[in-house]
Ligand binder design. Structure first.
Ligand code: UN1
Length: 502
């Protein structure tokens, strides 16, 4: 395979210089056949420090640019991404192994959030509040934070950056981005397009959006550096715990978007044909490597047998293979570690008496790549590996008898990202989305757990970290709020009626 040439073609299509080959640099391999895509330079500590300093300096002038003007950069960036959707999507497929349709879908998320942020650039509204004092005005105003550090994961190598970057930029912040070590090429391409766009607008690009490549030490620098005011981190709960605790001890803001152990409840009234499609996309799509992937299916006992029969039939025929080939629905796992973790979980489940269907390796192309047939594991109770997130396509299934029991099962795990109910019963749908229903950041009805639109706030509770990115009012996390009291009178009445005569 000549993926290296492909990478060059892609960068050429983007009108960007291809990443310089660095013989001792970080090896970037494609999970498609484990071949080398490139070797890219890793940032030294001095380079990371310098990048943060540049971003801070750039922030000092960027914050003075009117927000709708800042939005013009984001609009042009979104347009550039839309024009280059195909090569960008292809690069995502090369680096992550996700199928072409999903690579393109991810690029579309970048375009969508840019459009959202452009509108937002004219809507960074504050409040005007009734003052208790005469001739006083009470206001709430929103201001940028400074440098925003972005730590992103391999599975969404462009969209996660964009959710953060598009909002953070219109809010008046500058960026330092540490992508996953598995996907630096997607980052080089996307950040390259952003800077190219800024340059075309005559903007000073130094410090606007700095890319730093490296391991956890780079992340630690973002966390500990006093000029980084917010760290937005997407990845494992272990990583998020380290980032969150370190940020808290410095009174620095963190925005955490961590894992998920997402469930769907299937009620007795559900439309089973719709359930099968929804479950297949959510559980097997992206080879189970979304933080929103469906990992647990909680099925009413009366429909358990027919649903299992239908799901097993679909999973046994899922086209597993080269994600570049149209028709493939399940590409490879990212690496051997992911494969080993999957096999360990399956083994643990089998040892506890569960019945596992599929889940073993499929021969596709080179032996060094890790393709699997997504697994379905029938559990008698929700226990063992079903309580943990395994970042691989394993769908655990348990039966339930009462709806309250199903909700309790949905909520009985550490994570709280996404959830769904499949039902035609209005009462079940309403209870699931009510205060005593799902405890997750996302609670859907008659769709799967994954594939959220950018318009809503995205994130989850408990071990998912509590952060919200993307739509709704998530922008507020990228700004600081100031309360302003303005006296336009000639006397000085004190609040709470306090008398203090001098
Ligand atoms: C992730 O897996 O980190 O809702 C993000 C979804 C996508 C984002 C997933 N829009 O599945």
């Amino acid at each position: 395979m000549t993926y290296t040439t492909d990478v060059q073609t892609i960068f050429k299509a983007l009108d960007l210089a291809p990443p310089e080959h660095n013989p001792t640099g970080l090896a970037v391999c494609t999970p498609i056949d484990a071949s080398l895509l490139a070797r890219v330079a890793v940032s030294t500590q001095a380079q990371v420090d310098a990048a943060i300093t540049r971003a801070h300096t750039r922030y000092l002038s960027w914050r003075d640019v009117p927000a709708p003007k800042r939005g013009e950069l984001v609009r042009a960036f979104g347009e550039a991404v839309r024009r280059h959707k195909e090569p960008l999507g292809r690069l995502i497929t090369l680096e992550t192994g996700k199928i072409v349709q999903e690579g393109l879908g991810e690029v579309q998320e970048v375009v969508d959030i840019c459009e959202f942020a452009v509108g937002l650039s004219r809507q960074l509204y504050g409040l005007s509040i009734a003052s208790e004092r005469p001739e006083h005005k009470l206001l709430e105003t929103w201001h940028p934070l400074g440098v925003v550090g972005i730590i992103s994961a391999f599975n969404f190598p462009m969209a996660v950056f964009a959710w953060n970057a598009a909002l953070a930029l219109v809010c008046g912040n500058t960026l330092v981005w540490k992508p996953s070590e598995k996907t630096p090429l997607s980052a080089l391409a996307l950040n390259g397009l952003l800077l190219q766009t800024a340059q075309a607008q005559g903007l000073d690009v130094a410090g606007l959006s700095e890319l730093v490549i490296g391991d956890r030490l780079v992340g630690q620098t973002l966390v500990s550096h006093p000029q980084v005011r917010l760290v937005s981190a997407t990845g494992s709960t272990a990583m998020g715990r380290a980032v969150g605790v370190a940020c808290a001890s410095l009174f620095k803001r963190s925005l955490l978007e961590l894992g998920g152990n997402n469930a769907a409840i299937v009620g007795p009234s559900a439309n089973l044909a719709l359930v099968v499609r929804g479950v297949a996309f959510a559980a097997a799509g992206t080879a189970g490597q979304r933080c929103t992937s469906l990992r647990r299916l909680i099925v009413h006992r009366t429909i358990y047998a027919p649903l299992m029969t239908a799901l097993v039939r679909v999973f046994e025929r899922l086209p597993v293979g080269d994600p570049l080939i149209s028709g493939t629905l399940v590409g490879p796992l990212i690496d051997q570690r992911a494969f080993d973790a999957m096999q360990r979980s399956l083994e643990q489940a089998r040892q506890s008496g569960a019945q596992a269907h599929f889940g073993s390796r499929e021969e596709v192309g080179d032996a060094a790549a890790f393709y699997v047939r997504p697994a379905i594991v029938e559990m008698a109770t929700q226990s063992g590996p079903m309580l943990q997130e395994t970042f691989a396509p394993i769908l655990y299934v348990v039966p339930y008898d009462s709806f309250d029991e199903a909700i309790a099962l949905n909520n009985a795990v550490g994570h709280g990202l996404s959830s769904a109910v499949f039902t035609q019963d209005l009462r079940e749908a309403e209870v699931f989305t009510s205060a005593r229903g799902s405890d997750c950041g996302i609670a859907n009805v008659n769709i799967g757990t994954s594939g959220a639109e950018i318009g809503g706030a995205f994130g989850g509770e408990k071990e998912t970290g509590g952060g919200r990115e993307s739509g709704s009012d998530a922008w507020k996390a990228y700004m600081r709020r100031a309360t302003n009291t303005i006296n336009y009178g000639a006397t000085l009445p004190l609040a709470q009626g306090i008398k203090f005569e001098v």
